[in-house]
Design a protein around this ligand. Structure first.
Ligand code: SF4
Ligand code: SF4
Ligand code: FES
Length: 387
């Protein structure tokens, strides 16, 4: 039987002692989980190891930990794979980040994760009038929100979120994915209010830095960052202006890349705060923001992360390359509707229903932008009803 070494971070805040590392050797086959390893160590050598678990099958969401610095489920990580990524083959197990520790590997989910979930009103606010029988929801709407509905509330994404590390008040990936579950649901009456609320909150949807870390951590393929991008797109479609200028910042990126083919850093901030006009470029808010960014700019120049000539004068692709970039914009903007692959329901149906020999895509290639929004005529559609 193979042997694995687990290095577990131990900490009991009530003891007054600092955290320490504790090593245990376990004998299990490589395909068994890290959770099984921890439980063997607990049963056979130290019953005081604190760990939370229940289903042992990646369903209940209770065994979230950090393994070799990567947040995830202990019951969903094989010992052999974890050892292959560990330093000298040792599997390091720590409690999740961004949450207080109750004991050893047990974190206080109530203090952070559940508080943030409550923040987004995690229930459906039904529309009036209530139908006599059930609501009929178009199939494509359900496809659109299925990915966010797959969440098991393990908080691995919260633990891995870099923005939350910097701003603990950030609503965070799990709660924002939950918010999209209702924003994208045509039965919900509060779509506009939810979007406005999440856009205006300085710690809301525009606080995400698009780092992909939550996508990597999520064991259920929810891809929280993608749900946040969907929220932003719907908010943009509703012309919701946020107090962080997040929407303008995104728009500035898009127009700068279209114009130069590359990012023109010196114009990004003024455009984000001021707009495209010359007057806009000198908007007072932009001045304030530029001033507050001055130390970062100086540091960047001193560490040669920034080239002053390029930063100030900008840089541009050669004409043929720039034309190619522009043609991408033309193609995308020339479409009647934007298609986005819903990764959770991608792939092809094994059964070739029409016998044509063609593969049948499963689920939808659609996004919040083209899914019928609340109040659209699609609501009454009777094809493929899902309740
Ligand atoms: S993509 Fe956004 S929400 Fe996800 S971990 Fe990064 S900052 Fe956090
Ligand atoms: S989005 Fe994924 S990682 Fe985050 S709580 Fe839900 S299941 Fe866990
Ligand atoms: S024990 Fe239930 S998800 Fe791991």
């Amino acid at each position: 039987m193979p042997e694995y070494t687990l290095r577990i971070r131990r900490y009991d805040p009530e003891s007054g002692q600092p955290p320490y590392w504790d090593e245990h050797t376990v004998n299990l086959e490589g395909h068994r989980s890290v959770l099984e390893g921890i439980l063997q160590a607990k049963n056979e050598s130290d019953g005081s190891i604190g760990v939370r678990c229940s289903c042992r099958a990646a369903i209940c969401g209770s065994c979230g930990v950090s393994i070799n610095g990567q947040s995830g489920l202990a019951c969903h990580t094989h010992l052999d794979k974890a050892a292959a990524h560990g330093r000298d083959g040792v599997i390091e197990v720590e409690p999740m980040n961004n949450m207080p520790v109750i004991k050893d590997l047990i974190t206080d989910m109530e203090a952070v994760h559940w508080k943030k979930i409550q923040r987004v009103t995690p229930w459906l606010i039904h529309k009036e009038p209530v139908p006599e029988r059930e609501y009929i929801v178009p199939h494509e709407n359900m496809v659109d929100i299925t990915q966010s509905m797959a969440c098991i509330q393990c908080a691995a994404c919260v633990s891995s979120c870099l923005s939350m590390e910097v701003d603990p008040l950030f609503i965070g990936p799990a709660a924002l994915a939950k918010a999209y579950r209702f924003v994208g649901d045509p039965r919900d009456a509060a779509q506009e209010d939810r979007l406005r609320d999440l856009a205006e909150d300085p710690h809301g949807m525009y606080d995400c830095t698009h780092c992909f870390s939550c996508i990597e951590a999520c064991p259920k393929g929810v891809a929280p960052m993608n749900q946040i991008m969907r929220l932003r797109r719907v908010a943009g479609d509703h012309k919701i202006v946020d107090r962080n200028n997040g929407h303008r910042h995104e728009a500035a990126f898009v127009t700068l890349i279209k114009g130069y083919g590359l990012l023109h850093e010196a114009e990004l901030l003024p455009r984000s705060y001021g707009g495209d006009s010359w007057f806009g470029k000198f908007h007072p808010a932009a001045g304030q923001e530029l001033l507050s960014s001055f130390p970062v700019v100086v540091k960047g120049l001193m560490r040669r992360k920034m080239n002053p000539k390029i930063a100030l004068l900008g840089h541009k692709l050669d004409k043929p390359d720039l034309n190619q970039v522009k043609s991408i914009y033309d193609t995308v903007h020339g479409k009647d509707q934007r298609n986005e692959l819903n990764l959770y329901i991608s792939g092809y149906d094994e059964d070739d229903a029409d016998g044509s020999g063609d593969q049948v895509p499963v689920g939808g290639e659609l996004n919040a932008g083209n899914a019928p929004d609340a109040g659209s005529p699609g609501l009454d559609a009777e094809d493929s009803p899902t309740r």
